[in-house]
Write a protein that binds this ligand. Structure first.
Ligand code: FDA
Length: 395
């Protein structure tokens, strides 16, 4: 079969690849080994896709170079994406903390991106395996197998948009890292992020006993702190505060939970002692914490007696413990459940304005494949849109 000659080949029909295709101009082909485009969009945000965050700032992203994301984010903002969503009449709502979700379904976002690709004249090949890639005469020669048939392609521009390693069951392969490395780019350490944390057998048994309950907390680790819900599960800890802090946690680190973050706990305990001194300490804890957690902490910390029996010093100590509940995760649930991959193609040899390689003219890297990882809350999609648009416009 003769080579198909095109202008731009985009590897990966995910969030970044589709967005890039909508801006890359004529002669663009997007290929993906999956049977449908945007599979992660489809399952995101519990099926409603948290498609952006109104509070997006460079500080919401982790990267070896914290400045790298600034240019693309400033040139394609959450308001630009919202404008697109508005033009496609997709109903949406703000949930909390600037997080925007579809009212109906994440499929609305996929349909919107497909429509934008059609408008731009981009082609999409699904069930397409990516083979050898050679760079000759300033062009990319890519061996593709589409639904079992060999379909080699020659392109002027090659865009790596195959995402990271999280959720291999959904088709994540880490292919972009291997291709970028072959072209001389460095890959920073990759690890699962936005992922539940796991514990040793004894602690796991405790959390299993609390499974299903959640508590508001401020969770801190390595200088980062997030105030949101913590969820107890049969495997360990999850919930938004834990997922957020997992991006900062490393093996051997402890995490600190400040329970009841809205209360001045010492003042509260003293006030309750004045009002209801006859109540047991455990009962007072159950007023401000889920009952099962209050029971566990009372036993674990050997709390006994009534509130009236407690000195100021004893109440101060209890408040300190509730404000610094130290836990030692042993691991995470890994790529099996991680929402994103931390790390990726190092940004030092990538233009922050165009996402173009400084080593290989015509090569671009966008989305999660790059060493740019957002917080939980719509930031990762905003990065996918912004980096996809930056590359698409440059091409
Ligand atoms: P993405 O992973 O979207 O796309 C990569 C594409 O490349 C896929 O279509 C894949 O099939 C294809 N591909 C991979 N390897 C290939 C190969 N070898 N050959 C051919 N094709 C290949 N973010 C957010 O901002 N808000 C949210 O609500 C959520 N929710 C969420 C839920 C869950 C369960 C997960 C796992 C993730 C999220 N995220 C999220 C994160 C978000 O989904 C993620 O950051 C973006 O999808 C990244 O976009 P990319 O286009 O870079 O990769």
């Amino acid at each position: 079969m003769p080579d198909t000659r095109i202008r731009t080949l985009i590897l990966g029909a995910g969030a970044a690849g589709m967005m890039c295709a909508a801006h890359a101009g004529p002669g663009t082909l997007v290929v993906d080994h999956a049977g449908a485009p945007g599979e992660k969009i489809r399952i995101s945000g519990g099926g409603r896709c948290n498609f952006t965050n109104l509070n997006t700032e460079p500080a919401n992203f982790l990267s070896g170079n914290p400045h790298f994301c600034k240019s693309a984010l400033s040139r394609y903002s959450p308001w630009d994406f919202l404008d697109l969503v508005g033009r496609h009449a997709i109903p949406w709502h703000e949930k909390t903390l600037g997080q925007l979700f579809c009212d109906r379904s994440a499929k609305d976002i996929i349909a919107m991106l497909r429509a934008e690709m059609d408008r731009a004249g981009a082609d999409l090949w699904l069930r397409t395996e990516i083979g050898e890639i050679a760079h000759r005469d300033g062009r990319f020669h890519v061996a593709l197998t589409r639904e079992g048939r060999e379909c080699p392609v020659v392109a002027d521009h090659l865009v790596l948009a195959t995402g990271g390693k999280s959720i291999p069951k959904m088709g994540a392969t880490g292919l972009a890292y291997r291709i970028a490395e072959d072209f001389g780019h460095k890959i920073t350490e990759t690890r699962p992020a936005l992922v539940p944390l796991t514990f040793d057998a004894a602690q796991k048994a405790v959390f299993a006993g609390l499974a299903g309950s959640s508590v508001a907390a401020r969770v801190r680790c390595n200088g980062a702190g997030f105030e949101e819900a913590v969820l107890f599960t049969h495997r360990g800890l999850s919930g938004p505060a834990i997922l957020q802090v997992s991006s900062y946690w490393r093996e051997g680190d402890r995490i600190a939970l400040r329970l009841c973050p809205d209360l001045d706990l010492y003042d509260h305990l003293r006030a309750r002692r004045a009002e209801a001194g006859g109540r047991a300490l455990g009962t007072i804890l159950a007023e401000i914490l889920p009952k099962a957690l209050a029971r566990h902490l009372s036993e674990d910390w050997g709390l006994s007696g009534n509130l009236a029996d407690q000195s100021d010093a004893a109440l101060r100590q209890l408040a300190d413990r509730l404000e610094n509940w130290m836990l030692a995760p042993t691991s995470s649930e890994g790529y099996r459940t991680a929402e994103v991959t931390l790390g990726g193609v190092a940004t030092d040899k990538i233009s922050s304005a165009t996402m173009g390689s400084r080593l290989v003219p015509g090569l671009y890297v966008i989305g999660e494949a790059l060493d740019v990882t957002g917080w939980l809350g719509g930031y990762n999609f905003q990065w996918a849109w912004a980096s996809g648009v930056a590359a698409g416009r440059a091409i």
